[in-house]
Design a protein around this ligand. Structure first.
Ligand SMILES: NC(=O)C1=CN([C@@H]2O[C@H](COP(=O)(O)OP(=O)(O)OC[C@H]3O[C@@H](n4cnc5c(N)ncnc54)[C@H](OP(=O)(O)O)[C@@H]3O)[C@@H](O)[C@H]2O)C=CC1
Ligand SMILES: O=C(O)C1=N[C@H](C(=O)O)C[C@H](O)C1
Length: 271
């Protein structure tokens, strides 16, 4: 099979640079374009040099559509408004779209779902094998433990992160809710302050920490009467997300249009 031609959008970001490196290390993939927003200081630079590598002969541009037209997939770790716009363009070009962007609103997700009628989209709040395995374990644990076990999710990230709770915390919260047969929308508690009253049985609580250069840490606590189970994950290097995103792109190549998750890619749905 020929090399898969991939475009990296948000090429100058923390994840964009990791993705350029990951593509350059993969013999079955080739960088077909690198996109940054209008006004970015990175426009016109070589994508390889942007990622601290030798030149790759790919110039960073803000003109996505002609680049998408010559590619088979786009990898997108940007911001919600950009991911919604790129989903429409990728659908128009009928190419694979891998979305790692977090903080999407229900309205953003509805637009991405509409785009998935025309192209294969893989979207996940975390592209790592470890977190997706953790989500399956959390779902299974929540299915076994009843409401005597309070579920709390604690996450910590670097001080540049702009959304909370993290996409991963929400992914894990949804896995716990699914295991327990409840809705996160009605039973998620995202902040506590002041005289909150006692904890409501069955709720799923979230706590968000921000500081330093932490890549990403998540802990799911099942606190029961006299015992506590903790399931967690520590990301040490952004390359785990980048390599996961490339695995998703390969998996989605030639697949029929639809909205897929990383648990589909990793075959972790039937746990
Ligand atoms: N699912 C997963 O496994 C992971 C998800 N993430 C998520 O990925 C996202 C990005 O994270 P991170 O790399 O740390 O963030 P950064 O802020 O470092 O990078 C975002 C990049 O997107 C660019 N961008 C913004 N708007 C556009 C646009 N319209 N067109 C092209 N590029 C655009 C930014 O450019 P500029 O700075 O010029 O605005 C920037 O280069 C976040 O939502 C984060 O939560 C992160 C890691 C793993
Ligand atoms: O912004 C980040 O850095 C990360 N974002 C994702 C999230 O919101 O969960 C994934 C990872 O934890 C890093």
């Amino acid at each position: 099979m020929s090399q898969m031609r991939l475009v990296i959008v948000g090429a100058g970001g923390r994840m964009g640079r990791a993705l350029i490196k990951a593509v350059s290390e993969a013999p079955d993939l080739v960088l077909a374009g690198a996109i940054e927003p209008p006004g970015s200081e990175n426009l016109g630079r070589d994508a390889g040099e942007l990622a601290g590598l030798p030149g790759l002969g790919v110039e960073v541009t803000d003109d996505a559509l002609p680049v998408f037209a010559r590619a088979e997939g786009v990898i997108d770790f940007t911001v919600p408004a950009a991911s919604v716009a790129f989903a429409a363009l990728a659908a128009q070009a009928r190419i694979v779209h891998v979305i790692g962007t977090t903080g999407c609103s229900p309205e953003d997700d509805a637009k991405i779902e509409a785009a998935a009628r025309h192209a294969a989209i893989v979207k996940s709040g975390n592209m790592s094998l470890g977190v997706n395995l953790l989500a399956a374990l959390v779902q299974r644990t929540a299915r076994t433990l009843n409401e005597d076990f309070d579920i709390e999710i604690v996450e910590m990230h670097h001080n540049r992160k702009i959304d909370a709770p993290s996409g991963t915390a929400l992914l894990l919260g949804n896995a716990a809710a699914e295991g327990r047969g409840i809705e996160l929308g009605t039973q998620g508690v995202f902040a506590r302050h002041g005289h909150t009253g006692a904890r409501r049985a069955g709720d799923i609580g979230f706590a968000t920490l921000r500081g330093g250069t932490v890549v990403g840490e998540h802990n799911v606590i099942f606190a029961g009467p006299g015992e506590r189970i903790e399931l967690g994950h520590k990301a040490e290097d952004r390359m785990i997300f980048a390599r996961g995103a490339l695995t998703a792109a390969r998996w989605a190549r030639g697949r029929k249009p639809g909205l897929y998750s990383m648990r589909d890619v990793l075959d972790l749905t039937d746990f």
